[in-house]
Design a binder for this molecule. Structure first.
Ligand SMILES: Nc1ncnc2c1ncn2[C@@H]1O[C@H](COP(=O)(O)OP(=O)(O)OP(=O)(O)O)[C@@H](O)[C@H]1O
Length: 377
């Protein structure tokens, strides 16, 4: 590691029509996936358990063969190359450190594999350990370090080979909440400082939003939506993506009437709710749809929002600056909301939400949405 940003050796990493079928029968884990990673991007690959995130990463890394399709670094086809020839740094959930080797030797490992002479290897490993502030622990065994420190060693090992592209598969999921946030900042700092290109697998929406320059949401091995965190967060293309972007209230409704532009009125919870149609298809009165609303978009006291939904507060949780409330409508639908207003369990709430924040999708049931295929962990 030279301390300066690595020389530019590529502009784009591309997966072209990549299919990975584990068993002869059944659905493929990846189905003709096209995915590009531009130099300098931090792409978060998001989706529920089993949607193919880890498989995509393993195919890129050369840990899984492709059933069909190809992988390219600019004009060079690389899916035929062994893992170590692809030059990617890799960080996994379980750290994958060698327990019998010192921290120093673990970090040197990738360099040894590449035949780097001993003195250079030691120097490179120490430099990488300094980057993650662990150089004073170089002589220890992994078991003598905390979980967060072990994950730092795994990151140092990935960076020691001076990769331009780093592949990370849920690197923070074994850490406790406080450490996750700390390591998140650390990863972002390294990304910025080193001028890295990162593909980061996670099922954690917050992690994806805070780290990535672009999100890619997968569904059953196919790309469902890609865009900047802000685009995907404010404009999910489907109820499935909405479920992943914190739209915790996903419920079925029927179209009552359509209005100008994307305005639509839907019937749910014994009332008509005014919303905004997001599927780009024509909605007919009576059609079944799915409605998506974020907890923070509800206001207690409908006021001039244009919508009024009655619900009884069932569970109220204190979260410091706000309350998290679970409420139930007359037709037995559970709604989640966040509010800084005082709310007591048992209170009848008049909930408002502006129509622009009531997203309506032409999917007749909320099953198969991000909420239905809930993230694990
Ligand atoms: N080694 C394997 N052998 C057979 N099937 C596999 C193997 N690895 C993954 N699969 C299957 O392929 C599909 C995609 O799995 P994959 O691990 O890529 O999903 P994922 O989105 O990373 O999930 P998770 O978040 O749980 O890690 C799943 O149906 C899974 O059961």
């Amino acid at each position: 590691m030279t301390g300066t940003k690595p020389a530019v050796t590529f502009e784009r990493l591309s997966m072209r029509g990549v299919t990975r079928q584990y068993a002869k029968a059944g659905a493929p884990a990846l189905a003709e996936l096209d995915l590009d990673l531009e130099r300098g991007e931090f792409v978060a690959l998001l989706g529920p358990s089993g949607c193919g995130k880890s498989t995509a990463l393993a195919c890129l890394a050369g840990l899984q063969p492709l059933t069909s399709g190809s992988i390219w670094l600019d004009d060079t086809r690389i899916d035929t190359l062994p893992t170590e020839k692809r030059g990617f740094g890799m960080v996994f959930q379980n750290y994958a450190l060698f327990p019998h080797m010192s921290v120093q030797r673990n970090v040197e490992f990738g360099l040894s594999m590449r035949g780097v002479p001993k003195a250079q290897r030691q120097e490179g490993a120490l430099r990488a350990l300094r980057l993650v502030q662990l150089h004073e622990h170089a002589a220890k065994l992994p078991s003598q370090l905390s979980g967060g420190q072990q994950q730092r060693v795994a990151i140092a090992r990935a960076l020691a080979i001076e990769p331009e592209i780093v592949l990370m598969d849920e690197p923070l999921s074994n850490l406790d909440a406080a450490l996750r946030i700390e390591m998140r900042t650390e990863i972002k700092r390294l990304y910025q400082e080193r001028g890295l290109t990162v593909l980061y697998v996670t099922h954690d929406q917050e992690e994806a939003l805070s780290l990535a320059t672009r999100l890619v949401v997968l569904r059953k091995g196919v790309l469902e939506q890609t865009g900047t965190p802000q685009e995907v967060y404010t404009n999910p293309v489907s109820a499935y993506v909405a479920g992943f972007m914190g739209y915790r209230n996903l419920f079925p409704a029927q179209v009552e009437a359509t209005g100008h532009g994307d305005a639509v009125g839907v019937r749910a919870h014994g009332t008509v709710i005014h919303g905004s149609h997001r599927s780009g298809t024509t909605l007919k009165p009576g059609a079944g749809v799915t409605v998506a609303i974020r907890p923070e978009d509800f206001v207690v006291g409908s006021g001039a929002t244009g919508n009024s939904v009655k619900a009884v507060a069932e569970v109220v949780e204190y979260h410091g600056r706000e309350l998290s409330v679970r409420a139930r409508t007359g037709d037995d639908t559970v709604l989640h909301l966040k509010t800084d207003q005082p709310v007591a369990a048992g209170a009848v709430l008049d909930l408002g939400v502006v129509p622009e924040r009531v997203l309506v999708y032409a999917e007749s049931s909320a099953s198969g949405t991000g909420a239905g295929e809930a993230p694990h962990g």
